[in-house]
Design a protein around this ligand. Structure first.
Ligand SMILES: NC(=O)c1ccc[n+]([C@@H]2O[C@H](COP(=O)([O-])OP(=O)(O)OC[C@H]3O[C@@H](n4cnc5c(N)ncnc54)[C@H](OP(=O)(O)O)[C@@H]3O)[C@@H](O)[C@H]2O)c1
Length: 266
């Protein structure tokens, strides 16, 4: 059976690692046409190759820093150029995956750093707003189009050391809900996928390259993988046009609540 994503344009932010890179492969396997963005272009190049190997009809990449309006606008102008090819004059971005983001530090508010808080909000909240604003003119009012935002369990349940990250992901949830109302009647669906513990580069980034600390986050338990979330993103975007998966909270079986994790002894 032909995938509803075959030959559809899919734009993924934060495609250089983790969920974004896995989503590129997963959409590629459905024969989609990919527009990939992140700051690490060398990594995007590798993702682009693996997405094409998986079956992407086309896969293109370009530098994108969602924390900078000028970078977002430049990226979207590039994306528009890719979509309006020799054979098509239509702007038809079918899926936007707002995935770029992450946490920075695990300090309590008392000792938190402005730079960490600002980066957290610039990427997870303002970046999502900027990218969506710039992408909407590229999305036809088309049954079946989707905006899939990546939130977090942290947006639903606060934990110590993550005040700014939890606030940012609560912000993502609020944006998702507001946008769904704004786009009512356009046919464009708006969803949030909110993962629990998933082993990607997330903790390495949070702990500023301290891999030992990052590994401790997943010690003795089975976390989600990037591929698990990628499969869900593709599933959400390929439901029939009248079905909107509003909000999905996805946790590993070993995680019952935010801080309640089952760990096996060695
Ligand atoms: N892993 C988890 O446990 C977990 C759980 C819930 C939610 N999440 C969320 O899932 C999303 C993806 O995270 P991940 O787990 O896949 O972590 P990851 O492996 O660290 O990937 C994060 C991606 O975001 C990109 N990014 C960060 N800042 C950016 C910026 N300013 N401009 C453009 N791209 C930027 C990174 O690319 P560059 O560095 O190359 O720019 C990278 O591709 C994030 O929004 C994160 O908050 C993760």
């Amino acid at each position: 059976m032909k995938s509803p994503l075959k030959n559809k344009w899919v734009l993924i932010t934060g495609a250089s690692s983790g969920f974004g890179a896995a989503a590129a492969k997963a959409f590629g396997a459905h024969g989609a046409k990919l527009l990939l963005g992140a700051r690490r272009v060398d990594r995007l190049e590798k993702v682009d190759i693996s997405a094409k190997k998986a079956g992407a009809t086309q896969a293109w990449f370009h530098e994108l820093d969602v924390s900078q309006t000028a970078s977002v606008e430049k990226f979207m102008a590039w994306a528009k150029g890719k979509m309006i090819g020799r054979r098509s004059r239509a702007l038809n971005l079918h899926v936007l995956v707002n995935n770029a983001g992450g946490a920075h530090g695990l300090d309590p508010v008392a000792t938190g750093r402005d730079a960490d808080w600002e980066t957290t909000f610039q990427t997870n909240v303002l970046g999502l707003l900027r990218v969506t604003r710039a992408a909407l003119p590229l999305m036809p009012h088309d049954a079946g189009a989707s905006i899939v935002n990546i939130g977090s369990i942290a947006g639903r349940s606060a934990y110590a050391g993550a005040a700014a990250y939890c606030a940012a992901k609560s912000g993502e949830l609020a944006i998702t809900r507001a946008l769904r109302q704004e786009l009512l009647g356009t046919g464009i669906r708006v969803s949030t996928i909110d993962p629990g513990l998933a082993e990607t580069e997330f903790s390495n980034v949070r702990f500023k390259g301290d891999q030992k600390k990052a590994d401790e986050v997943y010690a003795g338990m089975n976390p989600l993988t990037a591929a698990d979330i990628a499969e869900i993103i593709v599933w959400v975007a390929s439901r029939p046009p009248h079905v909107n998966i509003d909000e999905l909270l996805v946790k590993p079986t070993d995680q019952a609540e935010m801080g309640k994790v089952y760990r096996r002894k060695k």
